[in-house]
Design a protein around this ligand. Structure first.
Ligand code: HEM
Length: 362
């Protein structure tokens, strides 16, 4: 007769609770806080596993020439789950902050040269989201995967070569319908609205008596560069230059697709795509928040000492929180958003296609 399934057998609780073996205990000088240090890292790894589980399923739904409309709802609920997990990842740092730097020093040296830098799952998440090797902040003289064992390194390298969420999203956005509309020149109307908005903003800056001469000059210069990026949005050569200079990553076509979705988010067919773009910005921001919280934790624990993995510690981590975002081009679309009142009216035929069948279908 087989044993009935139980809480313990199903969750393998005994095995799980057997997985914490503090180094300080093995050395016969137990450091009380090492248990917390181990458990918190293990819970992070479990949540990373769940994030990868969700991410892999989303990636498989994005592959192919089109994303099945009916899958979009599932993609969005998987992203919702990732976002909620990320909030936990950020907030649980405070639990570790109940450990003081002095308590940490009781066992820190026993951990050298291990480091969070060797978290293969963290690297997989980064790569699957769309981090590229050339965009990585350099860490020591070795390639980042060389800090992992052979099996993990192979996994991480494979993930560099697979289509990432960024790449699949770009392809999906490039396929956005309605960018070319037979007899309606949407982008010319949009450009006119942008000109009105920028001229309005400039008028406000020039008439703001609170601004001193230098601040006004800076603001006007800033608008010069905003105008330049607006122009580049519609000029292939200028856009490619922005990309080559590292100011943009997303292709021009995908950017226009995303912008169209952002501008006409109220149209029924675009509501889910708009939600999805917002989620990607949230996922990016939450990882940046985690990187920032972790960096502050590190500063609090070890100041500016080098990390156990051998990096410059806090300074390396600060650079990653500034530079390691993936979907900043989507967040940056806000630069191009115009007020609803200036939004060009779409022709009825297009509005019909963007609406629900029962509203426009008869
Ligand atoms: C006392 C607490 C902690 C300290 C002092 C600390 C310190 C550091 C340092 C100095 C680095 C840079 C690499 C190195 O030289 O080692 C690093 C990287 C890292 N740590 Fe922590 N860490 C702590 C807690 C955590 C926790 C709880 C996690 C959860 C998983 C974590 C995950 C990571 C990851 C993923 C990296 C790589 C970041 C990157 O390369 O972008 N760390 N940590």
């Amino acid at each position: 007769m087989t044993d009935k399934i139980s809480y313990n057998s199903y969750l393998k609780v005994n095995t799980l609770l057997d997985l914490q073996s503090p180094e300080s205990q093995k050395k016969g000088k137990e450091a009380h806080d090492e248990m917390l240090f181990i458990i918190i890292h293990q819970t992070y790894e479990l949540w990373f596993k769940q994030i990868l589980h969700e991410l892999n399923s989303v990636l498989s739904m994005f592959k192919g020439n089109y994303v099945q409309e009916k899958n979009l709802g599932t993609v969005i609920s998987r992203f919702d789950r990732i976002i909620e997990i990320q909030k936990v990842l950020v907030s649980q740092i405070t639990i570790l902050e109940t450990m003081t730097p002095m308590d940490f020093l009781e066992f820190r040296d026993l951990l050298t040269p291990s480091s969070g830098f060797q978290s293969a799952q963290f690297r997989l998440i980064e790569n699957k989201l769309g981090m590229t090797y050339k965009d990585r902040i350099q860490y020591g003289k070795k390639r980042y995967n060389k800090f992992l064992n052979t099996k993990e390194s192979d996994l991480v390298l494979n993930s560099e070569n697979e289509p990432s969420l960024f790449t699949l999203l770009e392809m999906w956005l490039e396929r956005t319908p309605f960018l070319q509309m037979d007899d309606f020149d949407f982008w010319t109307s949009y450009k006119k609205s942008v000109d009105i908005m920028i001229n309005n903003d400039l008028k406000h800056i020039k008439s703001n008596i609170e601004l001193d001469e230098q601040t006004m000059k800076n603001s006007l210069n800033q608008y010069k560069s905003i105008k330049h990026t607006y122009n580049a949005l519609f000029d292939e050569q200028k856009y490619i230059k922005l990309q080559n200079d590292g100011y943009r990553r997303l292709s021009q076509k995908a950017t226009l697709g995303a912008l169209f979705i952002q501008l006409y988010r109220d149209e029924p067919v675009l509501q889910l795509p708009h939600k999805l773009l917002t989620q990607l910005v949230n996922i990016d921001h939450l990882f940046t928040s985690w990187r920032n919280r972790h960096r502050l934790l590190v500063y609090r624990m070890i100041g500016v000492k080098i990390g156990t993995g051998g990096s410059s510690g806090h300074s390396y981590l600060k650079k990653t929180s500034d530079k390691h975002s993936i979907f900043s081009d989507i967040a940056n679309l806000s630069t191009y958003i115009i007020p609803r009142s200036l939004l060009p009216e779409l022709p009825t035929t297009i509005k019909q296609q963007l609406g629900f069948f029962f509203t426009y279908g008869k």
